[in-house]
Design a protein. Structure first.
Lengths: 104, 523, 162
């Protein structure tokens, strides 16, 4: 890394930062939608890692996981948002903190 | 230029259980469209038929030669077939519990059974996955079905919240697992497990590739953490009690029986195939630590619970701990001296690790735990009434008081399940523990086994407390009894018989289990 | 040029991702997430993953985010909540994520890039499609099953009765 050219590490560090940000969001945010968005950040970090390694190895087989993750994320968004709507209907809130009928 | 893959009937052989379950799910869904009357009693029947067919097909493939099909993405091996069989049994028994439960809440819908079957298909595919992305997708199939089932009942806040918590934790753990897979892909250039295993072996022997070792460790740790959430191992267990308590009881039964078995089997396959190339005690240390924490944590948390459903949730955590002892003993290397956590002692002189024996123990335990836990949740589900769910003591110990006078047969069944969960002979749970602990002792994990036996003794306290309440406490005056239901009673009878027979005559599974030790490892 | 583009989009990605976490209103979070997805698509293009970059914009920034925004507006969750407070769980979460990041960086740092020259067909729709329908047939079929299950599940969860 001579500071000028962009190496694989740059992409990996960016992915690691995105992943950690996503974990941070899941850990600290109380709004269910934002928590879910943080999970999306984590999935994107995985995608970036796959693509960076695929580029480095010159093998585009690493693109297929990214493709499948996008498909999976779309389906997950459908069910996740449906559950969030269901929670909102029964509780009137999507805040994780307010959802404490059940003990921890 | 483009050569299409040629698929033979062998390629589809391992997929048949999943195909049958999905077809059954589609049939149930379609029946909902053309249904005019309110009669839905054929739907559970259809579900059970699908699971029985799936179980038969899975059983038929137990004796086939281990091989990789679909370009190596799917495996056909006895281990996978046997776990598929266990999954079909678990889903089928849970489906038998559902009709009475749903009727009591006017919530009979075909979608419920369809999701059960779809979940079963996902689980069956999961244990056959030999590639991380395929595994991830199948994990998501079963998770999605389970999220929806957990949130199925819409009255009262609990089910929606259970689905919600399960979803958030499930999505999070899937993302963690996927990131681990991405890091391992970077280290090994592949997502096919056998190739990754071979490449990992190269990374840890070839000094020119040593720069990839940290990445490999990191990836394995993240994958392990992802699976830790799925199997509810301490410290990744915090979602379990709430989700198990909030979900409809037949769904809880399926989660604790089939979902857990599937996740466990997938984890065993991943780490068994990848772990061949990893030197030293890294995996052994990791799994022993998890086993230690999970056995202690699960049992101690279950101890003060008066809520039987929550107690069973914590108990499922502790059983994951016992299973993890078996998993840990898979990774004892013959050269291991000591130095791991908890006095990992040396293998007996000249002994080689008995991987097949440990796998047999795990398989038997999964089967025994599946039939036991479905039965226990079945009794609970049959006793609970709709109105007290909201008030929150539907599953209090007092609800079981005097059950022996009110419903002697149910009390006997529940006592059998509790004894089996507590690992008291002559029940199936005892044999399972015996097999697992024996292979762990053979592998030299004496320290872990001692912890396991001690925590089992702790566990016996809260399991036997249930028996004491059923037999020695007077029944409450206003103890309305649930009406009889054929399918519930069938499920209870089947699981009671299975628990007793597996405990008394474990040899009947012998020839099958002896096959189960063989896992397809790839080239 | 690549250097400039990488830093430009990387910084934008991180800023937008931080915005997702920090925004006081879910609406701002969602808009930041759209920004993250767009910048990531540009970075994917830098990695010669053109097909995935297009899909990222179409599916992620397009379809999935519309779903998010739809739910936010349906439930009228757009209002901002109070200012962020530094609480104990947040500090712990921050430390945990920072430690995780440090671990990931330490793990990725020694990795020696291969720097292989990608073939001309690298990342083209044709190359990806060919692999998708040959070797990757099993996951492809599994995804179709998954979409079906998600649809049934979403209908079951979101229906108002039962």
């Amino acid at each position: 890394m001579d500071g000028i050219s962009i190496t694989l590490q740059h992409y990996l560090f960016l992915a690691a930062l995105l992943f950690s940000l996503g974990v941070f969001g899941v850990l600290v945010r109380r709004n269910a939608l934002v928590v879910f968005m943080s999970v999306e950040l984590m999935l994107n970090a995985s995608n970036l890692t796959f693509l960076a390694f695929a580029r480095d190895a010159g093998m585009d087989v690493g693109h297929l996981p990214a493709l499948f993750v996008i498909a999976v994320a779309a389906a997950e968004a459908a069910i996740g948002l449906a559950i969030i709507i269901a929670v909102f209907r029964s509780r009137g809130t999507v805040n994780v903190d307010d959802i404490r009928t059940m003990r921890l | 230029m483009l050569t299409l893959p040629t698929l033979t009937s062998t390629d589809f052989l391992p997929l048949w259980p999943a195909l049958i379950l999905s077809a059954g799910a589609c049939l149930v869904l379609l029946s909902e469209v053309f249904l005019s009357s309110a009669s839905r009693s054929f739907q559970p029947l259809l579900t059970v038929i699908a699971t029985v067919l799936g179980a038969l097909v899975a059983a038929a493939t137990v004796f086939s030669v281990p091989t990789g099909v679909f370009g190596g993405f799917v495996v056909l091996d006895p281990f996978g077939s046997l776990v598929s069989l266990v999954i079909c049994i678990g889903v089928g028994l849970s489906a038998l519990l559902a009709p009475a439960f749903l009727r009591g809440r006017q919530a009979e819908r075909g979608e419920f059974y369809a999701l059960l079957l779809f979940g079963g298909a996902g689980m069956s595919l999961l244990v056959l996955s030999n590639e991380l992305i395929f595994l991830f997708i199948n994990l998501e199939i079963l998770s999605i079905a389970t999220y929806a089932l957990a949130a199925y009942l819409r009255r009262g806040p609990r089910p929606a919240e259970a689905g919600f918590k399960y979803f958030i934790l499930g999505a999070f753990s899937s993302a963690v697992l996927l990131y681990g897979a991405a890091l391992l892909f970077g280290a090994t250039r592949s997502t096919l497990l056998p190739q990754m295993g071979a490449e990992l072996a190269r990374i840890f022997t070839d000094p020119t590739l040593s720069d990839r070792q940290p990445l490999a460790y990191c990836g394995l740790a993240l994958i392990g953490a992802g699976f830790g959430f799925k199997i509810a191992a301490v410290p990744f267990h915090m979602w379990t009690p709430d989700v198990y308590e909030g979900a409809p009881t037949p769904v809880t039964a399926m989660m604790s029986a089939a979902v857990k078995a599937a996740a466990f089997a997938a984890m065993v396959r991943v780490f068994l195939v990848l772990g061949r190339g990893i030197p030293g005690d890294a995996l052994l240390t990791g799994f022993s630590t998890l086993a230690f924490l999970t056995m202690i944590g699960g049992n101690l948390l279950a101890l003060p619970q008066r809520n039987v459903k929550r107690m069973l949730a914590y108990s499922s955590i502790s059983h994951a701990g016992y299973l993890l002892v078996g998993v840990a003993s898979l990774f004892v290397k013959s050269g291991t001296t000591k130095g791991g956590v908890l006095g990992v002692t040396a293998l007996a002189a000249g002994a080689t690790p008995d991987t097949a024996g440990a796998l047999r123990g795990i398989l038997f335990y999964l089967l025994a735990y599946t039939v036991t836990t479905v039965g226990a949740f079945g009794v609970l589900g049959a006793l609970e009434r709709r109105d007290d769910e909201v008030r929150g003591f539907a599953w209090d110990l007092d609800r079981l008081a005097g059950l022996a006078q009110r419903k002697p047969a149910w009390a006997v069944a529940m006592a059998v399940f509790m004894l089996s969960l507590g690992g008291i002979p002559p029940m199936a749970g005892f044999m399972g523990k015996l097999l697992i602990f024996r292979s762990a002792v053979d592998a030299g994990l004496v320290g872990l086994v001692i912890v396991g036996v001690l925590t089992s003794a702790v566990g016996a306290y809260y399991y036997l407390r249930v028996v004491v309440y059923m037999y020695m406490r007077p029944a409450p005056e206003a103890g309305g009894l649930p009406e009889r239901n054929l399918s519930t009673e069938l499920a209870l009878v089947l699981s009671t018989v299975a628990v007793v027979v597996l405990g008394v005559l474990p040899g009947i599974t012998g020839t099958w289990l002896s096959r189960g030790g063989s896992v397809f490892l790839g080239r | 040029m690549t250097t400039f583009l990488f830093y430009f989009f990387a910084i934008l990605t991180v800023v937008a991702a931080a915005g997702v976490i920090a925004a006081r209103s879910p609406m701002y979070s969602a808009m930041s997430l759209v920004g993250t997805f767009f910048c990531l698509a540009a970075i994917y293009a830098l990695l010669l993953a053109h097909t995935i970059a297009v899909l990222q914009v179409l599916v992620y920034a397009g379809a999935i985010m519309v779903l998010f925004l739809f739910v936010i507006m349906l439930l009228s969750l757009g209002e901002a909540v109070g200012p962020a407070k530094v609480t104990f769980p947040r500090v712990v979460g921050g430390i945990a994520s920072a430690v995780l990041f440090a671990f990931l960086v330490v793990a990725a740092r020694p990795f020696v890039p291969v720097g292989a020259q990608p073939p001309p067909s690298f990342g083209t729709l044709q190359s990806i499609g060919a692999q998708l329908y040959t070797q990757w047939l099993a996951p492809f079929e599994a995804v179709s099953l998954r979409v079906l299950v998600a649809r049934v599940g979403a209908v079951v969860v979101a229906k108002s009765r039962v």
